[in-house]
Design a protein around this ligand. Structure first.
Ligand code: ADP
Length: 421
């Protein structure tokens, strides 16, 4: 037993180290709350990261009440100073549990607004921010309600994650089938049709054809500070596997202004006043449209690498500090600009049983590479899109300029590949 504050990290992927390291820098002990039945890319290693003093399986989706009761019991034994999650789907549970224990954190209302894309779209529209035309479908049978939208459109779960099921549809002829198949994916992966399903429904919205950007921000007591705006490519679908992330993004002043306005406005519209956010936007010309804003550190903590590379700010550590109600240590310091941060998503490149992932060891030897993370291994099974089996891995690097990062990612496109049986 130490006198360090105790923080629960909820459903943090053990293979993604940044949140654990941030917790350590923030001087706290960590209890890792993990899934009772982790997927291969979430498996617990024999040795947990140094900040972790305990690990506990909780079924926060299947048995939310039981999980809350267990946390309350633990809190009586050794009080938590904060509950933190970097997993989008766990944000509402984490907010609810923090509320129950009297801890600081996102309001439950905001935790729903950032998770339910129907509610997000409604609030973004009400705030007068940019919104594509959209229709919310409570069930697949209602697909005709979306027939009046301008095609192409995108069909997505109301509360999905990592592009699960998100599908582009080019013509009305294909809408009914696509809605049915996305609903099927939601039944298998998000529990639609079961009592435990949260936010059951779909959103159909007009396709935005411009570049995609990610924005990492920190808020403290209602003040929002945008830390980085990064380039995410221009994925065209029909399925939207993530490929690259490079920050800071080269941007025209008008595009940057629009991104900043939309992200700052979204914090107000969705009620996010404290903690990190990870926002995704797409452009139509110089006009930015929010796709979603998660109230968490993005990429299972990987956004820390981006922010830290670009600004020097300890993004994961600040997240833990804010969650405990503390002022972030960077709040009154000038932000540096050391360089460019980059993240490469190893492309799934097929489906089936993995036999080999080539090129990662070589990538790790490149002096610009900070870390290579491998989450899937030979023997693991990858399902074909639009199912989701997790990303095989990531290459995280630092560069002097955006062009060098871009060239490096092009090199990885040819040197890294996943092979299947
Ligand atoms: P998730 O929460 O599952 O990641 P998103 O709404 O962020 O779902 O969509 C995932 C990806 O699908 C986005 O990053 C983007 O590339 C693409 N996408 C989603 N909505 C649109 C849209 N309206 N126009 C163009 N692309 C979109």
């Amino acid at each position: 037993m130490t006198d360090r504050p105790l923080v629960a990290l909820v459903y943090q992927r053990p293979g993604m180290p940044w949140m654990f390291e941030g917790a350590r820098r923030a001087g706290v002990d960590v209890v890792l709350i993990h899934r009772p039945d982790p997927r291969p890319d979430e498996a617990l290693p024999a040795q947990l990261p140094p900040a972790v003093v305990g690990a506990l399986p909780l079924d926060i989706f299947g048995d939310a009440a039981g999980s809350l009761a267990t946390l309350a019991e633990l809190h009586r034994e050794r009080p938590f100073a904060a509950l933190v999650t970097a997993l989008d789907v766990a944000v509402p549970f984490t907010a609810k549990a923090a509320r129950m224990l009297g801890l600081p954190g996102l309001s439950e209302d905001a935790s729903v607004a950032v998770r339910d894309k129907r509610e997000m779209r409604r609030r973004i529209a009400a705030a007068g921010l940019n919104n594509p035309a959209y229709v919310a479908l409570p069930s697949p049978g209602g697909w005709k309600d979306a027939a009046g939208l301008e095609f192409p459109v995108v069909v997505k779960p109301a509360s999905g994650f990592t592009s699960l099921g998100v599908t582009r549809v080019d013509s009305l002829d294909d809408l009914e089938d696509t809605v049915a198949s996305v609903w099927d994916v939601c039944r298998r992966h998000l529990g639609y049709g079961k009592e435990s399903a949260a936010f059951e429904g779909l959103v159909v919205e007009e396709y935005l054809d411009g570049d995609e950007y990610c924005v990492e921000s920190l808020s403290y007591r209602g003040e929002v500070r945008i830390h980085t705006i990064g380039y995410k490519g221009r994925p065209e679908g029909p399925y939207f596997e993530e490929t690259v992330y490079r920050a800071p993004a080269p941007l025209s002043p008008a595009a940057e202004r629009s991104i900043r306005e939309q992200v700052t406005g979204a914090h107000r519209a969705l009620g996010v006043t404290d903690g990190p956010t990870h926002a995704e936007l797409r452009m139509r010309g110089d006009k930015a449209y929010l796709l979603e804003m998660g109230a968490r550190v993005g990429a299972s903590g990987g956004s820390h690498h981006i922010v830290e590379s670009v600004t020097g700010v300890d993004f994961a550590g600040e997240t833990v500090r804010i969650a405990m109600g503390e002022e972030p240590v960077s709040w009154n310091r000038p932000v540096e600009s050391p360089g460019v941060g980059a993240m490469y998503f190893v492309p799934v490149g097929g489906s089936g049983r993995i036999t080999n992932i080539a090129g990662l060891a070589e990538a790790a030897d490149d002096p610009r590479v900070d870390r290579v993370i491998q989450l899937l291994h030979p023997g693991d099974e990858v399902l074909p899109y639009p199912e989701y089996s997790g990303y095989p891995g990531f290459v995280l690097s630092r560069h002097d300029d955006h062009r060098d990062a871009e060239e490096f990612h092009h090199e990885l496109d040819t040197s890294v590949s996943v092979h299947y049986e």
